[in-house]
Design a protein around this ligand. Structure first.
Ligand SMILES: *Cc1c(COP(=O)(O)O)cnc(C)c1O
Length: 308
């Protein structure tokens, strides 16, 4: 069965800049919710797997890149729910498998490499039909796991104690998580998303999710698109230095793909007096730490002095 969540701690961070600017910074540690189904992926998958079982499927099929947090989380979640899983991987599957794909395969996922030109057409009927011929019946989860049930799950990230927060920040990939947070936020709250991807399209992507799923925001929301550090899965030494600084001072590990960019962006905005004094800012730690081992191998660098 799908594991039940552990209590999720929110911790306040104390650092000189925060004192100087008189803002309060809190971190909601979704990264500790489950060792393998980490962060927002836990919330995005829970209702989907329940639905897949209700509909009598025995197999989940989804899509992702070779380092995808979603792929690994789906593999483990499906396994724990007693279901089979297929991961359609963008591009080639290189051997030896990277740590993400190895963990997915250890959880029983069938890895199916997909040529990029076909991967781009993955939501088209003819591609899905071909996959059905190949694998038989399955419950289809879109890339990143974002759909209505995922957004519903993400509304559950916020709890009554979070009502006292003025600002809630999250990283953005496909926008499912921020859509859930926007749906759950109350009138006086502002949801801020920091995009991990290059491009302005993400703003209309989020708006599209709100429209499609009939979400009428109570509070306000905004998306920052200038903290992508070159694009998805790209980084600079400035980003890594910040991630290391934050970890050294707070013992909170961040990943360089999503949470590092979110925290950097908010940190930068705090420094620029974007938030009025006494603002209470809650950052959602959406997990992603599983990707660090693959990141280090890929770039031949160490993010933290010791393995997490
Ligand atoms: C998948 C992921 C995101 C992006 O979530 P979306 O719902 O796709 O916007 C953010 N942070 C981490 C750590 C993730 O793994």
């Amino acid at each position: 069965m799908f594991p039940s969540p552990v209590p999720i701690p929110t911790q306040q961070v104390f650092l000189p800049l925060l004192e100087e600017k008189q803002v309060e910074l809190y971190v909601k540690r979704l990264d500790v919710v489950h060792p393998d189904i980490s962060g927002n992926k836990y919330f995005k998958l829970k209702h989907n797997l329940a639905q897949a079982r209700r509909e009598g499927h025995h197999r989940v099929l989804t899509f992702g890149g070779a380092f995808s947090n979603h792929i690994r989380a789906t593999a483990v979640a499906a396994h724990l729910a007693g279901m089979l899983s297929v991961g359609c991987i963008r591009g080639e599957v290189a051997f030896p498998l990277n740590p993400t794909l190895q963990a997915a395969r250890d959880a029983g996922m069938v890895l199916f490499p997909m040529e990029r030109s076909i991967y781009r057409k993955k939501s088209q009927e003819e591609v899905v039909d071909r996959l059905k011929e190949e694998f038989g019946d399955f419950y289809l989860l879109p890339e990143g796991g974002t759909n209505g049930l995922a957004i519903q799950g993400c509304t559950e990230i916020l709890t009554p104690e979070d009502k006292r927060m003025d600002v809630i920040g999250t990283a953005i990939g496909t926008g499912g998580t921020i859509a859930g947070l926007i749906a759950a936020a109350s009138k006086q709250q502002r949801i801020i998303g920091v995009s991990s991807l290059k491009g302005e399209f993400i703003r209309s992507e989020v708006q599209g999710l709100l429209d499609t799923h009939g979400i009428a925001p109570q509070g306000s929301w905004e998306v920052f698109t200038d903290y992508h550090f070159g694009g998805y899965a790209r980084h600079t030494s400035e980003l890594l230095d910040f991630v290391r600084y934050f970890h050294r001072e707070t013992e909170i590990p961040l990943d360089p793909i999503y949470t590092g960019k979110l925290f950097f962006g908010i940190w930068d905005l705090i420094g620029k007096n974007y938030f009025p004094p006494h603002s209470r800012i809650l950052l959602i730690h959406t997990g992603g730490l599983q990707g660090i081992a693959g990141f280090e191998k890929r770039w031949g660098t160490r993010l933290y002095p010791d393995p997490l």
